[in-house]
Design a protein around this ligand. Structure first.
Ligand code: ADP
Length: 381
């Protein structure tokens, strides 16, 4: 009964042939229609859905080759399999039938078993092709829907991120002014009145001074974080030169701690120079700060090229980091130490990550406690 869904068109100028073939196919539960010439056949094909066409070759006005050619030129209809069914047995006709887009060729008088087997095969092939096409269409639709959803989420995320950065910028910028006033007056109070109140007052003033300093560092870090990459452009940057400038800034700390900085060959690449200097500075600054007590810091900087990416490594011999903190340390304000042990704001590595992402790269750490850390980052060219 399942054959009922499949409609077969018989095209033949001989009504006797049509009758025999139609009776046979109806018995096999196929739905059958017919046309006595090419023009009628093309009209029918246009208006109805056929799963298969059985096509005679020798017909007046338009032969089977021409009918087949015209079917194959029609979008949506060109996938209907055409089986030529003809009295012609010469090799030229067979070749021509395939050249004009026919899928199969049978000679008359036909062997009913063979005809049925071929009809079944071609219908099965077409059904499977249709299924595959539908599945592909469904998949394409799903992918398009998902992509649209993803794009929408990305746009929302980007706008929220911009809002947040704008907020961070405005608030840190606007906080600077009142903080400056508070610090100036506390400094004045310290200079002019130290020792004139009681001991407690001196301690309170010192606490306020320390806190305002800390707050200044935090606000400065936040402000820097929020403007990373803004209004600047990438240019050719020599990493040796960047390193030289950073080491100049750290000259005093390096000599006081008897630190050593080793560097391998570094590339010249397309990057944001100010941000890259900040990135180098934060990593070197941390390597100097988180050194082990009584052990002079040794920092090794190297790079290697992998396809279209430069990978940098900043290795130190410091206190190291527990594996469970490998991710958290890159989150803004996340610190593993209190301010008594190590001064800091928890902004440095978040800045590093933002700078690396600005260069389409990644940043990560590998470390062993009490041995040292290796900070890696990549920059895409
Ligand atoms: P900060 O140094 O101001 O605390 P960072 O964002 O630079 O902030 O670093 C986050 C935390 O990661 C630090 O508090 C520290 O615990 C850890 N860390 C960073 N660099 C190193 C390093 N080279 N060795 C050991 N720990 C480090």
């Amino acid at each position: 009964m399942e054959n009922n869904a499949h409609k077969i068109l018989i095209v033949d100028d001989n009504d006797k042939n049509i009758q025999v073939l139609a009776n046979f196919l109806i018995e096999e539960n196929y739905d059958v229609d017919y046309a006595l010439n090419g023009f009628d056949a093309l009209d029918l094909i246009n208006s109805e859905d056929f799963t298969l066409i059985l096509l005679d070759i020798m017909m007046p006005e338009m032969d089977g080759f021409e009918v087949c050619k015209r079917i194959k030129e029609r979008e949506k209809k060109n996938e209907i399999p055409v089986i030529f069914l003809t009295a012609r047995t010469d090799i030229d006709s067979i070749e021509k039938a395939f050249e004009h887009g026919g899928q199969d060729y049978l000679t008359k008088p036909f062997n009913s078993n063979e005809l049925l087997a071929r009809v079944k095969t071609h219908i099965e092939l077409k059904t499977n092709r249709d299924k595959l096409k539908n599945t592909n269409k469904w998949l394409e639709k799903k992918v398009a829907e998902r992509t649209a959803e993803l794009e929408q989420s990305m746009a929302i995320l980007e706008s929220k991120n911009n809002e947040l950065e704008q907020f961070a910028y405005i608030s840190s910028h606007d906080l600077q002014e009142p903080l400056r006033t508070v610090s100036s007056f506390v400094e004045l109070l310290d200079q002019e009145y130290r020792g004139k109140f009681d001991d407690n007052a001196d301690i309170y003033i010192r606490f306020i001074l320390e806190s305002t300093n800390r707050m200044r560092n935090l606000i400065h870090g936040l402000l820097e974080y929020s403007i990373l990459g803004k209004g600047r452009a990438a240019e050719r940057v020599d990493c040796h030169e960047i390193l030289r400038l950073v080491l100049e800034d750290f000259q005093v700390v390096i000599s006081e701690s008897q630190g050593e900085i080793e560097s391998g060959p570094l590339p010249t690449l397309n990057a944001y120079p100010i941000e890259l200097k900040q990135l180098f500075g934060n990593l070197i600054g941390n390597a100097l700060k988180y050194c082990r007590e009584g052990v002079s810091p040794i920092i090794n900087i190297s790079s290697r090229k992998q396809d279209d990416t430069w990978e940098f490594k900043f290795k130190d011999n410091g206190i190291g980091i527990d594996e469970k903190f490998y991710e958290t340390i890159f989150i803004i304000f996340q610190r593993l130490h209190n301010k008594q042990d190590y001064e800091g704001t928890g902004i440095g590595l978040a800045q590093c990550r933002k700078i690396v992402e600005l260069h389409n790269g990644k940043i990560w750490v590998e470390s062993i406690r009490d041995k040292g850390s290796e900070f890696y980052f990549t920059i895409k060219m």
